[in-house]
Unconditional design. Structure first.
Length: 296
């Protein structure tokens, strides 16, 4: 980071320094954790940075161009800091990381050296190693509008604009039976057609899996049960005591958008775009060569 804090710069120039490093980790569920390699807990910016929590970082690689700043963070798994079951549940995927150089005698003298996100996480033998990716990592992702027949929006996002909280598009209840964290059997609930929730989401709203989301593969009626099957198991234990929110699904078709959600004004696909067969048709073989529309 540019613009070194003048007080910290003066301290570094003395040749006898009392500096350490501190990290703040913000998960996507809003949990904030602070760590430091100093032997005492530090406090600044409204956070506590705990000592001896087993987190440290390797040398930071930075550049002035658009290449990605990166480093690795090493740590010990413990109940007091970063737990293995939270990593397994994906709670640290994409978490934001900030790293400072701090004068531990005067925490007002500090410099933000790194800001980015957690990339690949590896764990073994009671420890973990996390790849830290700088802000320019986002520039490596291709962006732009996709011209295709299906809708490119995600149901309920800004482009879609549909309110999943609307009456008739979600329900919340406990499962009667759970198999492999993937197949959920509910006592039959009325008001929803079979397959209404297919392609939708199942969200755990309580218990050890709180906040985790599964994408629904199938929604079917089996006798007295409504069965919701996910593509992949939830990544944390879930029991019949936990509350689960089930949200309606969208198959991205224009007809579904218009009839099921009454949201065709926000449809982000191009249902009338010509297919590949039409676009490569030899004009000499067309039935009519009068210059009119070939789709009539």
């Amino acid at each position: 980071m540019s613009g070194l804090d003048p007080a910290l710069e003066a301290h570094l120039q003395t040749g006898v320094t009392t500096t350490c490093r501190a990290w703040a980790l913000t998960r996507n569920d809003g949990v904030v954790l602070g760590f430091t390699d100093h032997d005492c807990t530090l406090s600044f910016e409204g956070m506590e940075f705990k000592a001896e929590t087993g987190l440290s970082a390797l040398a930071l690689s930075q550049s002035t161009g658009l290449s990605v700043d990166n480093t690795d963070a090493l740590g010990a798994l413990s109940d007091a800091a970063i737990r293995e079951d939270d990593i397994e549940a994906g709670r640290y995927d994409g978490a934001e990381i900030r790293a400072w150089l701090v004068n531990w005698q005067d925490t007002g003298q500090r410099q933000l050296q790194f800001r980015g996100t957690i990339g690949e996480l590896r764990r073994a033998g009671g420890a973990f190693e996390a790849e830290l990716r700088g802000l320019t990592e986002a520039l490596n992702r291709p962006l732009g509008r996709v011209f295709q027949k299906p809708c490119s929006a995600v149901l309920g996002d800004r482009d879609c604009g549909f309110d999943l909280g609307a009456l008739g598009y979600s329900t919340e209840m406990q499962a009667a039976e759970i198999k492999d964290r993937r197949v959920f059997r509910f006592d039959a609930f009325g008001g929803f057609d079979e397959r209404w929730f297919q392609h939708g989401r199942l969200v755990a709203t309580s218990g050890a899996a709180k906040g985790l989301v599964g994408v629904i593969k199938r929604d079917r009626v089996e006798g007295a049960f409504r069965v919701i099957e996910l593509w992949h198991p939830l990544r944390a234990p879930v029991t019949t005591e936990d509350m689960l929110r089930i949200e309606a699904g969208c198959d991205k078709r224009a007809l579904t958008c218009r009839l099921k959600f009454q949201n065709f004004a926000n449809f982000q696909g191009f249902p009338d775009i010509p297919g590949d067969d039409w676009s490569i048709t030899d004009p000499a073989r067309a039935g009519s060569l009068n210059g009119g529309s070939r789709r009539s």
